[in-house]
Design a protein around this ligand. Structure first.
Ligand code: GAR
Length: 208
């Protein structure tokens, strides 16, 4: 079994999409080893508990020094024995030690077509607010490998979504989730689980 550990901070609809895809066979030979949240109030944790998936909280509040927090988070993830770490709405910067430990084995879902509307400060609704403010006609979602900077790692999958007249950030966020995120993230996990995506040390992505 390929083991994935999913890191979450909020509602967990992407976690739900992964759980649903495992249940209905769009992701095979894969189990969620653990769900880890930085936020003990995250609804994503309730989704994990309800599904009987091990879950834990590594909260910044319990670790006053950033180094201590980074070490605790890295240790918690290593202890899950994950083959792949999936950031599903995880809003904490990943410690360099974890990136070294899981080189090319951490992926993130971002709610825009990278390199648009990404980087520090672009997360959640802010991404959709920025896309609407700029007046783009197309946005979408990206699954990428996590490297030491924010949203700069190798791109694995992308899907475009049209912006409609009258869209609010909330309406657009929902459409991007439904049409892109909840499909792309399970697809990427299944492909990685079955060795259908290869990422070289230099970050070159090959589909096999
Ligand atoms: C998702 O839209 C995800 O793409 C985004 O946060 C949301 C989490 O929703 N992630 C980022 O913005 C990362 N930069 P969820 O908790 O319902 O999956």
């Amino acid at each position: 079994m390929y083991r994935i550990t999913v890191l979450v901070s909020g509602g967990g609809t992407n976690l739900q999409a992964i759980m649903d895809a495992i249940a209905d066979g769009r992701i095979t030979d894969t189990e969620i080893a653990c769900v880890i949240s930085n936020n003990r109030d995250a609804y994503a944790l309730t989704r994990a508990y309800d599904a009987g998936i091990p879950a834990c909280v590594v909260s910044r509040a319990d670790h006053p020094h950033r180094d201590e927090y980074d070490a605790a988070l890295t240790r918690a993830v290593v202890d899950t024995g994950a083959d792949l770490v999936v950031l599903a709405g995880f809003l904490v910067k990943i410690p360099p030690a974890m990136i070294r430990e899981f080189k090319n084995r951490i992926i993130n879902i971002h709610p825009s077509l990278i390199p648009s509307f990404c980087g520090v400060g672009f997360y959640g609704l802010k991404v959709h607010e920025a896309a609407l403010a700029r007046g783009v006609r197309l946005t979408g979602a990206t699954v990428h490998v996590v490297d030491e900077d924010t949203d700069t790692g190798p791109i694995l999958l992308q899907k475009a979504v049209e912006i409609q007249p009258g869209d609010t950030p909330e309406v657009l966020q929902r459409r991007v989730m439904e049409q892109a995120e909840w499909k792309l993230l399970p697809q990427a996990i299944d492909m990685l689980a079955h060795g259908r995506i290869e990422i070289s040390d230099e970050g070159q992505v090959t589909f096999l």
